[in-house]
Design a protein around this ligand. Structure first.
Ligand SMILES: CC(C)(COP(=O)(O)OP(=O)(O)OC[C@H]1O[C@@H](n2cnc3c(N)ncnc32)[C@H](O)[C@@H]1OP(=O)(O)O)[C@@H](O)C(=O)NCCC(=O)NCCS
Length: 160
């Protein structure tokens, strides 16, 4: 991480609105055009504070990155290994890398034999996912009003 004042931690109860506001703000800025109106509506029902709180209560993982003053990024994984939401306020500053590395460590502890992390990448984020080490596993898809590229990150058997 380029700014060593940033801290990665799990979301705390009551922070869901702040986190979902960040997701809404960044998604409108960069990926809105990849959705039909119905698709974006569906996305918003997922990036919703109550729904997020329910997912966390049910064991879902949401990590946030906080600066001295605010939450500047988030990652959510559902199931064993699928990235459901991944959004940062200031792109290209290493915040995504820090969140992703922290999420992998937690998931590997939970599931020692874990071999891959998957994502339905927004078209906009494909270069960043490639930068993180993901590879496409299929062609661009369009499903429920949302465009995405299925991608996968292979976890090294031996970690440094
Ligand atoms: C996807 C996202 C969360 C990644 O977070 P980020 O903070 O921008 O990522 P980082 O700065 O940590 O970059 C991760 C790696 O990808 C590389 N990278 C990032 N953006 C890149 C780009 N546009 N082109 C090429 N490489 C890129 C970085 O160099 C870095 O590699 P390194 O660690 O070897 O230097 C962020 O870009 C984002 O919020 N995008 C908009 C919302 C979105 O589309 N989210 C994904 C939904 S599926």
């Amino acid at each position: 991480m380029k700014d060593n004042k940033l801290n990665i931690r799990t979301i705390q109860p009551g922070e869901e609105s702040l986190v979902c506001d960040l997701v809404t703000h960044v998604s409108r800025q960069f990926i809105l055009e990849e959705f039909t109106p119905e698709g974006y509506g569906l996305f918003q029902t997922y990036a919703n504070p109550d729904a997020m709180a329910d997912r966390v209560k049910a064991g879902g993982l949401v990590l946030v990155c906080e600066s001295a003053t605010s939450i500047v990024g988030m990652i959510e994984l559902r199931g064993e290994n699928h990235i459901a939401l991944f959004f940062v306020k200031s792109l290209g500053q290493g915040i995504g890398r820090a969140l992703f590395d922290a999420a992998i460590q937690i998931k590997r502890r939970e599931t020692p034999g874990l071999t891959e992390i998957t994502v339905h990448a927004s078209l906009f984020a494909v270069p960043a996912y490639v930068g993180l080490g993901f590879e496409p596993t299929g062609p661009e898809c369009f499903e429920n009003g949302i465009k995405y590229v299925p991608m996968e990150y292979r976890i090294a058997r031996v970690l440094p």
